[in-house]
Design a protein around this ligand. Structure first.
Ligand SMILES: *[C@@H]1O[C@H](CO)[C@@H](O)[C@H](O)[C@H]1NC(C)=O
Ligand SMILES: *[C@@H]1O[C@H](CO)[C@@H](O)[C@H](O)[C@H]1NC(C)=O
Length: 340
């Protein structure tokens, strides 16, 4: 139904689909609004109510809890299992596919590509049980790592931490891979926030930032964690983004802000709850995350530059091979990976 140029959702959407849209709204809504509403709520309570001690208690908790996101996090499995996340997975839908088993005797370092706008696939697969990851890979605990600014906003940080997510810093990853000899899989979205600025739904090119990213290779060597490439087919298709080719004025400003604040200021174009023409909700387009075969890595106390470069080259090769094995199921055959 189109009125004044806006495409509305039909009035009679099955409940099933309404629940799916709600689940995606909870996810994106918490990301954008939970923190700011939390801050305003605390300020309001402090200045205008007799519950002024609550914000003070919260601040004491906040300070005491500051390091948690860097020391293993605070996973709540019952939240990861919410049926909300199953609805989230069914919305796109998100599907998890494995190429090989992961033996829980070892630890793993999973590289997740591409970042897309907001890592909808990586979040659903590895930070929730929306696609049953703990049944698909029995005995493996997946930990999504992400920007530390995700753990700053009051209340949002607590909510987000229930997913098991931790910061993507070296200390944080050392903490997880160093504290056990098996059964852990750390997931890093290797391209990071800058890659999201290259995300445009076009079925010709998918840009990855990978050549300068070697820290994760060094950490995998240090801990003897097997490297696992993974690719989310469809991840770049779920949002549109305002045109910002490399070198354009908008892009230069975005690159500058991204370096300042960490988050990439992408100007996204999605849909709304009741209409399909604009908004911050992603489109219903399928995402299939293929988790590849592990590349065996031997523990190497102090890896040399050559060892890092060699394994990095091997990783890139295996990632491209994984992409080539599966791309024809999801994309037109002329699609290309552009690796920066
Ligand atoms: C997850 O597991 C449940 C129960 O075992 C099953 O009903 C459901 O279909 C599974 N979902 C997916 C996406 O595989
Ligand atoms: C894909 O990449 C090629 C080569 O860099 C470029 O000429 C083309 O315009 C790109 N296509 C899209 C849709 O961005």
């Amino acid at each position: 139904m189109r009125i004044f140029g806006i495409e509305y959702a039909p009035l009679l959407v099955p409940l099933e689909r309404r629940k799916q849209t709600w689940a995606v709204f909870v996810w994106i809504g918490s990301f954008f609004f939970m923190g700011p509403i939390g801050v305003l709520g605390l300020l309001y309570m402090f200045f205008y109510t007799s519950f002024y001690f609550f914000p003070l208690l919260y601040i004491a908790w906040y300070v005491a809890d500051w390091k948690t996101a860097e020391t293993g996090g605070r996973r709540w499995n019952w939240v990861r299992k919410w049926s909300l996340w199953k609805d989230y997975a069914s919305y796109f839908p998100v599907t998890l596919v494995k190429e090989a088993e992961l033996d829980p005797q070892f630890n793993y370092f999973v590289g997740s590509h591409p970042h897309g706008i907001l890592c909808s696939g990586a979040f659903c697969n590895f930070a929730t049980e929306g696609t049953n990851v703990s049944q698909v890979f029995p005995g493996i605990t997946f930990t999504l790592t992400t920007l530390s600014c995700q753990f700053v906003m009051p209340f949002y940080r607590e909510f987000f931490m229930t997913s098991g997510a931790v910061t993507a810093s070296k200390n944080s990853i050392n903490y997880i891979l160093g504290s056990s000899s098996g059964g852990n899989a750390v997931v890093l979205v290797v391209g990071g926030a800058p890659e999201s600025l290259d995300t445009h739904p076009n079925l010709e090119n998918i840009s990855l930032i990978l050549k300068p990213r070697k820290g994760f290779i060094r950490l995998a060597l240090k801990h003897g964690a097997h490297l696992v490439p993974s690719f989310s087919f469809g991840e770049s298709e779920v949002y549109d983004q305002v045109d910002n080719p490399r070198g354009s004025r908008l892009r230069n400003i975005q690159d500058y802000l991204q370096k300042m604040i960490g988050l990439a200021p992408v100007i996204i174009k999605g849909r709304g709850i009741f209409q399909y023409s604009f908004g911050i909700i992603p489109y219903r387009r399928p995402i299939t995350t293929v988790v590849g075969k592990p590349i065996l890595v031997e523990r190497t106390g102090n890896p040399t530059e050559e060892q890092v470069d060699e394994l990095h080259a091997r990783y890139m090769e295996e990632l491209v091979a994984l992409f080539d094995r599966h791309k024809n199921k999801y994309y037109p055959s002329n699609i290309k990976l552009k690796i920066f």
